[in-house]
Ligand binder design. Sequence first.
Ligand code: GDP
Ligand code: MG
Length: 177
Amino acid sequence: ADTFDDECDYLFKAILIGDSAVGKSNLLSRFSRDQFRLDSKPTIGVEFAYRNIKIGDKIIKVQIWDTAGQERFRAITSSYYRGARGALLVYDITRRRTFDNLAKWLKEIKELGGSDIVILLIGNKTDLVQAREVTEEEGHRLAEKEGLCFMETSALENLNVEGAFLQLITRIYEVAK
Ligand code: GDP
Ligand code: MG
């Protein structure tokens, strides 16, 4: 183990899932590097980022996995889900279809993820006020029905992004400790 790992108390894997172009990669780059991209960047293979978070006197290291566009082909493999303690399930508030597809994603998480995986539902792109197709109330209702946490974010304006990841990580920690 390297010294970095020796200095952390917990190491968790978390994953990003949801339809193509909902903003998953930009949420992650905001959280890990405070960057935003206007173009969508299709890459090959799985990407991930690390960040250390302090909760109380514990240092939590999270490894956050991002898809490399496989979701476009419904081709996310079981290894992506394996060992994940948390998931950010993202839809785009300006495209109802991405909200309607959440049922499919939830089914896949339940099949391929662990039974105690923490899921945070994210309605992204709140900056696009005029284009909104899914109300915040609808997001809340679905989250309540499925027993998920819920937040709306804007990766573009960096709104609630840090808060969303921190909420996910805190919940994972509470389940795991
Ligand atoms: P992914 O396919 O889910 O990883 O989505 P990306 O992160 O690649 O984003 C897809 C597109 O949506 C890109 O053009 C981004 O610039 C844009 N995008 C992502 N997040 C936001 C946001 O919060 N607001 C706006 N207006 N655009 C966003
Ligand atoms: Mg992406």
